[in-house]
Design a protein around this ligand. Structure first.
Ligand code: DSN
Length: 402
């Protein structure tokens, strides 16, 4: 369809012509994109390899088993379910496998770095389970002591770690000890940092957590989708039946084929080099903001937070819209202690995974901070800032050639 093709071309052009700093996005390889559009999209395969409700699944079984085996190899887990359509579905399935409706979950709230599915009242999670939230300390890091106190007071059935906008390393061992001391399950949502965990740039939760959920499209750089990992045979069975027939229907086997390619790529030495560069670029960019006097978090990962109200006297949503004028995309995000609504926010989240895939250098990561600072601070015109963005973009790889 001509109209649709034109829109897709426009979107490809937008992605190629800008600096993509949304921390949850990335650019997939041509092979991942080819597999997303491959023939398994035509196939119904409710069930799991070897146990399907439809005939003709012999090739589908091989694809899904490959995905399971490579996911287990990549993360050092015993069991994997590769069917969740997205990260929210993975979390919904994991909760259903472990809990009864109304059970108490101890998690970090959306305003301090958690995700919608970590208990927000507008998400299924907040409607179906009883959430209590632990908090960050004054230094912006998880208050583990406070978490332990709250766990003893509230006796949650599950403690959840893993966040959407938390820039520091997470002490999974410590949290697992708090969970154990209180008879709670320990679940980790590693969606943001899966690529770092796969390559050893962040400690792995697998030895400590009962269940680990993830998406495959953030730092892991695969197709949009989810996975669930565990080392417990008993929980693996519960996860599978919570997935199908509990919550999902037919798995997206074309996307599962693309997950195979994603796991294969993440097992290559070049992926480790890529993640090393992501972490270095993120540190460089955050460091430059700090040198410029901005209210910026530190970072141990692929992302950091800038308090735009304190730095530029503008809300997160206004900062997001303003940088779009010069070809930069990042997203508004609540920052610790935020008094603005989630649709407004006092800050933004900046991530370097996507631009690093296109070859951004550390010097360019620093220049990116300068461009944002100069434009949000009204030190340069739109034309000047756009030209500086385009000077960087001209050196980056075309997204169709990755
Ligand atoms: N929406 C994703 C993010 O931006 O972090 C999480 O689902």
């Amino acid at each position: 369809m001509e109209l649709l093709n034109q829109i897709i071309l426009d979107e490809t052009k937008r992605q190629n012509n800008g600096l993509e700093l949304i921390a949850s996005e990335n650019f997939t390889s041509a092979e991942v994109r080819r597999l997303c559009g491959s023939s398994p999209t035509n196939k119904y395969a409710e069930g799991f390899p070897g146990h399907r409700y439809y005939g003709g699944c012999e090739n589908i079984d091989k694809i899904e088993q490959l995905a399971i085996d490579l996911a287990c190899q990549l993360f050092g887990a015993q069991f994997a379910n590769v069917q969740p359509h997205c990260g929210s579905a993975a979390n919904m399935i994991a909760y259903a496998a472990l809990l009864n409706l109304g059970d108490t979950i101890l998690s970090l709230g959306l305003d301090e770095g958690g995700h919608l599915t970590h208990g927000s009242s507008v998400s299924f999670s907040g409607k179906q389970y009883h959430f209590v939230h632990y908090h960050l300390g004054a230094d912006g890091r998880i208050d583990y002591e406070g978490m332990a106190k709250m766990a003893a007071e509230t006796k949650p059935r599950l403690i959840l770690a893993g966040f959407s906008s938390y820039p520091y390393e997470i002490d999974f061992k410590h949290i697992s000890e708090i969970a154990k001391a209180n008879g709670a399950y320990f679940m980790v949502d590693m969606a943001h940092i899966a690529g770092l965990i796969a390559t050893g740039y962040h400690p792995s939760p697998i030895p400590y957590a009962d269940v680990v959920t993830s998406t495959t499209h953030k730092t892991l750089r695969g197709p949009r989708g989810g996975i669930i990992l565990t080392n417990s045979p008993e929980l693996a069975k519960k996860i599978n039946s919570a997935c199908f027939p509990g919550i999902q229907g037919g798995p997206l086997e074309n996307i599962i084929a693309a997950k195979v390619q994603c796991f294969y790529e993440a097992l290559q030495p070049s992926f480790k080099q890529y993640i090393k560069a992501v972490v270095a670029n993120t540190k460089a960019c955050a460091d430059e903001f700090a040198k410029l006097g901005c209210a910026v978090s530190g970072t141990d990962t692929h992302l950091f937070m800038v308090n735009t109200k304190k730095s530029f006297g503008m809300t997160g949503v206004d900062a997001q819209h303003k940088v779009e004028e010069i070809g930069i995309t990042f997203n508004k995000n609540m920052v610790p202690g935020d008094t603005e609504k989630p649709s407004v926010t006092s800050g933004v989240r900046i991530g370097m995974a996507a631009t690093t895939t296109r070859g951004l250098t550390e010097a360019q990561a620093r220049e990116t901070a300068w461009i944002i600072y100069d434009y949000l601070g009204n030190h340069v015109s739109r034309e000047v800032a756009s030209a500086r963005v385009q000077k960087i973009v001209a050196t980056l790889k075309d997204i169709d050639k990755l």
